[in-house]
Design a protein around this ligand. Structure first.
Ligand code: IPE
Ligand code: IPE
Ligand code: MG
Length: 250
């Protein structure tokens, strides 16, 4: 994809968001409310991912990105972390062929070096298998952190321009982990918190933000449609005035 940036040029504001990025939060509280172990919420959360992948594909979303495990989630109890890893393995085992059958490409971004060799191998083979699929790209952010992403991109940028001291956004952006996707149009966070939690810090510069109290396992097609409807009511000015926009569209 040609490099495009919301800060270096005014992007289009498509009616259906081309790229939806989601912080899937509230699994633990969903389970606790039901006197279940937290992991039951994560298991149920995988079902919600399936629903949202399908609904986004039907609505013509081109890129769906979900935050599955942050670089800070290692701070959780060891038992929860290892259950999450196992769940990731089973989800890959069960879902990849379905994604492939539906012409969906899977990408996993983050510092994958911290995962065990089996999981890394499964990720590589899932990405390889689905690489040529064109209907939609689903990106799972795993051991991802926005600061990690910017730092690793800076490292690569510096290495490709030895001796340089002055850099442009265009030189950095191709090294970001999601350089293959446009910046998100719509960001959704479930679970009631209104924060970014070190998700796509660079890429969210001009993304429309939508927060809902629904816990992720309860997130349904209706919630998705409410988020898209809210997005469609926004005036995406990208720094310009409302009058300038009205002039352009009249
Ligand atoms: C999101 O749900 C899933 C992950 C971070 C892996 P949480 O596990 O954060 O659920 P709450 O926020 O504790 O309810
Ligand atoms: C953000 O949720 C990360 C994921 C959903 C993977 P957290 O539950 O980890 O975020 P904080 O700790 O409440 O900010
Ligand atoms: Mg949480």
């Amino acid at each position: 994809m040609k490099y495009s940036s919301s800060t270096t040029a005014v992007p289009d504001a498509p009616a259906v968001p081309r790229h939806v990025a989601i912080i899937m939060d509230g699994n633990g509280r969903w389970a606790t409310k039901r006197f279940l172990p937290r992991v039951a919420g994560h298991v149920k959360g995988v079902e919600a991912v399936r629903t949202v992948v399908e609904a986004c594909a039907r609505r013509g979303v081109e890129y769906l990105t979900v935050f599955a495990f942050s670089s800070e989630n290692w701070r959780r109890p060891e038992e929860e972390v290892s259950l999450l890893m196992r769940l990731f393995v089973t989800a890959l085992e069960r879902e990849v062929s379905k994604l492939h059958a539906n012409n969906i490409r899977l990408k996993v971004v983050g510092d994958l070096s911290r995962f065990d060799a089996k999981l890394q191998g499964m990720i590589a083979s899932a990405e390889r298998k689905t690489a040529a699929n064109t209907r939609m790209t689903v990106t799972v952010c795993a051991n991802y952190g926005g600061r990690w992403d910017i730092m690793q991109a800076v490292g690569k940028m510096v290495a490709t321009h030895p001796g340089a001291t002055d850099f442009t956004e265009e030189q950095l952006a191709p090294h970001l982990a999601m350089a293959y996707a446009p910046e998100p149009d719509l960001f959704i966070r479930t679970g009631g918190e209104q924060r970014i939690s070190n998700f796509l810090l660079w890429q969210l510069a001009y993304t429309e933000l939508f927060f809902t109290d629904a816990y992720w396992p309860d997130f349904s097609i209706d919630h998705l449609d409410a988020a898209i409807a809210s997005y469609q009511n926004r005036e995406r000015r990208f720094g310009r005035t409302g009058a300038q926009l009205a002039e352009k569209t009249s």
